[in-house]
Write a protein that binds this ligand. Structure first.
Ligand code: FO1
Length: 326
């Protein structure tokens, strides 16, 4: 089976580990596919930020490290066995910002990326080069090679101002009410090479339990991607269980859009023209979303077996709905 997955950070990357196991793809050593199945990940680049002359792509790196075996499991982002000496030295020089967790090992990734971008390589080529080392066992393509950044409009009393998503997310823990979440540059961006072809050739699209606004939402916001996906069988996994996000702060993002933090409301926000199926946790059994086939099952990815079973259930629902579509 050929599956396309628009993915964001930690939840999406962990789900992809289960999907690889469920489809038997991408051996951890060679990255070779042991079956004729293949996974293409369309990575969110809206979280990307330029700091200290480096281009940092958190969601691309989280997928690459998580599937390539380099991730810090406890944090869910950045490298295992990490140190932060460069960060401390930058602070000693009075460099700002100091709130971003720039790891030493991670910095090598940002330097390679900055150097290749400066040479003129598009982000998709840079990502391919970095994945040559990590062998994530999936094809990882950024949603676009154009610059798209998620900014958050907040008002702390002196009038509205836009923060980069990372500052809102890391420095302010998304605690400043977001009046608006803007994907700067999205309207003039184009899907990266290979994105639309991968979607067209896919047997199904699966939306992992990533943040529906700033991760999956950002990918869908690149002109052409949402329509291409809507033509396929699409099954999503709710990132909300029992009225709360499993991890991260999707509720703060949903509030900015006036969407309730509820499994059914997120499905309706994504839209019945896009979603054919939606998996919700047993806590949300009975959830209904017009025009969408909702099924309930355990959603917590508390270990490899549970994650593989969840991914398997998403694939099985996609096959069932594809056959029903005929
Ligand atoms: N998340 C944090 O909460 N604190 C950090 O200091 C931090 C640093 C960081 C560095 C590199 C990277 O790839 C990700 C990093 N993240 C950090 C996660 C990042 O904010 C992601 O964008 C979110 O996890 C949302 O996907």
């Amino acid at each position: 089976m050929r599956i396309v997955v628009p993915a964001g950070g930690i939840g999406g990357a962990r789900f992809l580990r289960g999907l690889k196991a469920a489809l038997g793809t991408g051996s951890p050593t060679t990255g070779e596919h042991s079956t004729d199945s293949a996974i293409t990940v369309i990575g969110n680049t809206g979280d990307d930020i330029t700091l200290f002359g480096l281009r940092i792509c958190p969601d691309l790196d989280t997928v690459m490290y998580t599937l390539g075996g380099g991730i810090d499991e406890e944090r869910g982002w950045g490298r295992a066995d990490e140190s932060f000496t460069v960060k401390e030295e930058l602070a000693a020089y009075g460099m700002r910002p100091t709130w971003f967790g720039l790891g030493d090992r991670d910095t090598a990734t940002h330097i390679v990326r900055a150097q290749m971008l400066a040479t003129g390589y598009p982000l998709s080529a840079v990502t391919e080069a970095l994945c040559d080392r990590w062998k994530p066992g999936v094809r990882l393509i950024p949603m676009t090679d154009d610059q798209v950044e998620t900014h958050v409009v907040v008002d702390e009393g002196e009038g509205p101002r836009a923060l980069h998503f990372q500052e809102w997310w890391i420095r302010h823990r998304a605690a400043l009410p977001a009046q608006q979440i803007v994907s700067v540059g999205a309207e003039s961006s184009a899907p990266a090479p290979g994105v639309l072809k991968a979607i067209a050739e896919a047997d199904a699209v699966i939306l992992p339990p990533s943040n529906p606004v700033v991760s999956v939402g950002s990918v869908l916001g690149v002109p052409g991607i949402r329509d291409a996906m809507a033509a396929k069988t699409v099954v999503g996994v709710s990132p909300i269980i029992g009225g709360a996000p499993v991890r991260g702060m999707a509720d703060a993002c949903l509030a900015a859009l006036g969407v309730e933090t509820d499994a059914g409301a997120v499905a309706e926000h994504l839209g019945a023209d896009l979603l054919d199926g939606w998996l919700v946790d047993e806590a949300d059994a009975g959830t209904r979303a017009a025009g969408i086939e909702v099924r309930s099952r355990p959603l917590y990815m508390n270990g490899p077996a549970a994650t593989e079973a969840l991914a398997r259930a998403a694939v099985d629902l996609a096959v069932e709905l594809s056959e029903a579509k005929g």
